[in-house]
Design a protein around this ligand. Sequence first.
Ligand SMILES: Nc1ncnc2c1ncn2[C@@H]1O[C@H](COP(=O)(O)OP(=O)(O)OP(=O)(O)O)[C@@H](O)[C@H]1O
Length: 284
Amino acid sequence: MNTTDAGGAAARVVDAVKVYGSGDTEVRALDGVTVDFPAGRFTAIMGPSGSGKSTLMHCAAGLDTLTSGSAAIGGTELGTLDDRRLTVLRRDRVGFVFQAFNLLPTLTVAENITLPLDLAGVRGDAEWIDALVDVIGLRDRLHHRPSELSGGQQQRVAVARAFAGRPDVVFADEPTGNLDSRSGAEVLGLLGRAVRQTARTVVMVTHDPVAAAHADEVVFLADGRLVDRMQDPTAERVLDRMKALDGALDGALDSAPDGAPDSALDGPRDASEIPDHHAQGAPS
Ligand SMILES: Nc1ncnc2c1ncn2[C@@H]1O[C@H](COP(=O)(O)OP(=O)(O)OP(=O)(O)O)[C@@H](O)[C@H]1O
């Protein structure tokens, strides 16, 4: 795996500033964020709505550019790349999982998993992909179409697709936002297993403390700034931290069955609720 020479970070941003608009409408979505995403670890990004989570992910993944500061993947500074080289880097070294599964309906599960490799004209590592099929537990569905799968199964296919090219890092933006809690837990367990069994790196944006608790570490944003990091998170500790950051989350635990936070803390449930800047398809 190709990682940075600085402390084994699969991806990192340094002094990241992202400003949208200008004058009266200026929004400082990122306000000097420095964070590394360690290789071989599962990191969750949390924070109140509008705190900059998606912006951080998009800039770290090379889907958007910073106003100032730098972002690197596997030791390559993204700011030094022209559009073509950035596209190639994203294609070859980054995987993506979005809230909307973004599978192609006319292709089978097997074809969807290898689609990015096929588009790139790359054969891929057959043994690796075969092992991924076991990790996602869908060997008996390989020749089915996405419409014949449940939402959770479709997202498991999207996870396998994200890992198919052995990327340095997989970025997941609210990967369980469209799933019920049981399917969501399966997908999160899968992401955790993929990190542990394949030594890959996952960076996940989520609103949900239960989802964040599947990660090895949580980084917290507030108002475009990194305000905390938590190792070995539990849902309760994450929720406590979130309550301190956003009073609007108060009471969410009380309203959830068995004291477990659930949909009150989840992100938008369907594509119509996703702001335009989130509604991206699988990148080229
Ligand atoms: N394309 C854009 N144009 C203008 N403002 C934007 C754009 N994208 C994001 N913003 C603003 O930047 C800030 C951070 O947005 P971002 O989507 O990164 O936050 P978030 O923490 O992911 O929010 P949420 O949890 O609601 O998805 C918000 O104030 C948002 O309105």
